[in-house]
Design a protein around this ligand. Sequence first.
Ligand code: GN1
Ligand code: MG
Length: 363
Amino acid sequence: MNTEKLQYIFNQFQHNSAFQEFKELASGHINDTYLVVTKTKPYFVLQRINHGVFKDVVGLINNKVAISLHIQNKLKHLPKEELDRKVLQFAQTKNNNSYYQDETGNYWNLMYFIDDSVTYETVKDEEVAYEGGKLFGEFLNLTSDFDVTKLTEVIPKFHDMSFRFAQFSSALQSAPKNRLFNAKNEIDSVFELKEEMHILENLKESGHIKVRVTHNDTKISNALFTKDNKGLCVIDTDTVMPGIVHYDFGDAIRTICNSAAEDEANLDLVTFNAEYYNAYTKGFLEKVQDSLSPLEINYLPLGAKSIIFQQALRFLTDYLNNDVYYKTKYPTHNFDRAKNQFKLLQSLNEKYSEINKNQLTLN
Ligand code: GN1
Ligand code: MG
C-alpha cells in the first residue's frame, strides 16, 4: 500500500484532520487494516474490506454502523469522552456514505482510533479473562433488544456446523495427496466428533435456542482494555449478524483459555486454562444472564467445545484447500493452527466434567 493512495482514500472521508503517516495493523486474517496517524489526535483506523470473503460489503457496513448507533444510544447517559472510548464510531464520506469504494472496486471504511488502550493475543491474567467476559457479555446484553431481522447475514451459515462439514468434505475430494497424508490423524478426529458437534445447531434449528444479535468473532484480541485491564470496547464488528450466544461465548473461551497463541506450533505449550474459563464465565453471566434462558446457559460449555472444534475444522479445510482463505505466513501455517486447536480441544475435554459441574453451580 503506498502512502499517496492511502492518504487519498482517507481524505474521501469527513474528519477535519491532516494525514501524517500510516502503519499496518496486521493482526487480522482477512481484511487489511491501517492506523492513520494524523497531525493532531484523534487518529483513525482505515480498513479495506475483503470482498472476496464478504460478498455483501454494503450489508456488512450497514450492520456495524447500526449496531454502534444502537449501543451509543443505550449508553447516551455517559459523558461523551467515555462513550467515545466504549463504542466504535464510524466516519462518513464526503458524500455521506459509511464506506468509500475506490476505482478498483475495493471498499473502505474509517473508524476513530481508541487511544491508550491495550489488546491481548493471549491472556496471562485472570482479571483479563473476567473483564473480557463482562465486556462481551455487555455487548450481547446491549444488543439483545435490537431487531435481529434488520441485520444482513454477512457470511451465510458462518457458524453452521453442517456447512463447515460440507466444505471439509469437498476439500477432502480435491486436496493434494501430501496434505491429505500429513493430516490423517486430524481428519480422523473430525469424523469422530461429528455427532456431538451438531447438537447446538440442531437445537438452533428446532427453535430451542434463540437466534439473536451476535458478534461472531469474539477472540480476545477483538477486545480493547484500559491500561489497568478494565474492559473498554468490543472491536471488529464485521461479522455482527444473527447467531446463537454459544458461538460468541465459545470463541472468546477459545482464545482466552489457550495458554498459547492460536498458531503456536509447539503443542506442549497449548493447554486449556479452566481458571480463566470460570473467570470469563462469571463476568459474562454477570452482564448477560438476564437475557439468556436456562437452556442457553446450560449449553455454554458445549459452545466452547463446538467453536474450538469448528475453528480446527476451518483451519484444516483451508490447509487441504491449499490456503485459499486465511492469510498464511508459511506453507504449514494453517495446519499448525488446526493442530493447535485440536490440542486445545483435547485439553478442554480432559477438564470438561469439572467445567460442566461449575457451570451448573454458577447459574
Ligand atoms: C478470522 O480476520 P480475523 O482475524 O478478524 C475469521 C474468524 C476466525 C479468525 C481466527 C470472516 O478473523 O472467523 O475466528 O480469523 N474471520 C472470518 O483467528 O472468517
Ligand atoms: Mg474478524
